[in-house]
Design a protein around this ligand. Structure first.
Ligand code: AMP
Ligand code: ZN
Length: 138
């Protein structure tokens, strides 16, 4: 299903042009217009899902193989040393476009840190308590 008010629905289905690097029946992969590094791409499903929680399993299982294909092509063609996959769910997590997408971000030797955090510290007991809460909700 498409959402008429969604820009990524229009891009994924070709109604708005984009720098496309890959397309199949389920996805379009385009270059991000505000790239974190050269070649920063977005994998966008052609169907509208708000985020990972809404994504159909039949589409979800095809996401990683396409990300791998594009990441490997980036390494061959752009000379990046590796790549990050970033996928934001919810405003507090940094999501700004509410149509599921995965960022595929090339990483170059000597390039800036793009995805990082300052490690905190937790006791083993606190880790186990938190793990128990998540397990109970699965
Ligand atoms: P997120 O913060 O995970 O929702 O990421 C949204 C991304 O979409 C940002 O990196 C934007 O630069 C990118 N973006 C938004 N609109 C467009 C567009 N029309 N074409 C290409 N990239 C876009
Ligand atoms: Zn959409």
């Amino acid at each position: 299903m498409k959402n008429d008010n969604c820009i990524f629905c229009k891009i994924a289905n070709g109604e708005i042009s984009s720098a496309t690097v890959y397309e199949d029946g389920n996805f379009r992969v385009i270059l991000d217009m505000g790239p974190a590094s050269k070649g920063h791409a977005l994998l966008i499903p052609k169907e509208h899902f708000k985020d990972l929680c809404e994504l159909d399993d039949s589409v979800a299982e095809k996401v990683l193989p396409v990300c791998r294909k594009v990441g490997e092509a980036m390494k061959k063609s752009l000379g990046c040393a590796g790549f990050n996959l970033v996928q934001n769910n919810g405003e507090e997590a940094g999501q700004t476009v509410f149509h599921f997408h995965v960022h595929i971000i090339p990483r170059y030797a000597g390039g800036p840190k793009i995805v990082s955090w300052t490690p905190g510290s937790e006791t083993p007991e606190a880790l186990e308590e938190t793990a128990g809460k998540i397990r109970a909700a699965l």
